[in-house]
Write a new protein. Structure first.
Length: 165
């Protein structure tokens, strides 16, 4: 299976915030934004692996600034790291060139029978891509521990952060 570049999975989705997307304060509802982010992230994951995907986890969504009715929202998604059958996708949400939100979604690729299948490796190129790639293993270990799929003692990347001898 060939290795792919992070840039190969880039998806930029643009949405206009309409009245039915907002709360009583005229701000974009968080759930609507998460819906849009899930779509953009799934498209990026599908571009990377060339197969259907399902959302496995959503974590670290930060809401840094409100998005108002009438604003144009740009969601940028691209694979930050590929593992065996899963991919972490980093998302940035922007309005008027200001970052509003950031998140990490994880997707699992599926074969025609709906079972997990292998995905291509991913090679980061830019400094930003390398930073996301390096952090992805630690974020994955946190997700696995919180999901009860990994024992904390087995999280070698996380332990290395704290055992600096």
């Amino acid at each position: 299976m060939e290795t792919k570049k992070a840039a190969d999975s880039l998806v930029i989705m643009t949405e206009l915030v309409l009245p039915n997307d907002t709360n009583t304060f005229g701000n974009l509802m968080g759930g609507r934004l998460m819906y849009w982010m899930d779509i953009a992230a799934a498209l990026a994951a599908m571009k990377h692996c060339g197969a259907p995907v399902v959302t496995a986890s959503v974590d670290n969504i930060s809401f840094e600034a409100p998005i108002k009715i009438g604003n144009v929202v740009h969601i940028e998604a691209k694979v930050s790291r590929a593992f065996n059958t899963s991919m972490e996708v980093h998302l940035g949400v922007y309005q008027y060139k200001y970052k509003s939100n950031e998140a990490y979604y994880t997707f699992v690729a599926l074969d025609p029978n709906g079972k997990p299948r292998s995905v291509p490796a991913m090679t980061p190129e830019t400094d930003g891509e390398k930073k996301l790639f390096d952090g992805a293993l630690r974020r994955r270990q946190v997700r696995l521990i919180l999901g009860g799929k990994m024992k904390p003692d087995d999280a070698t990347e996380l332990k290395a952060l704290f055992n600096q001898e």
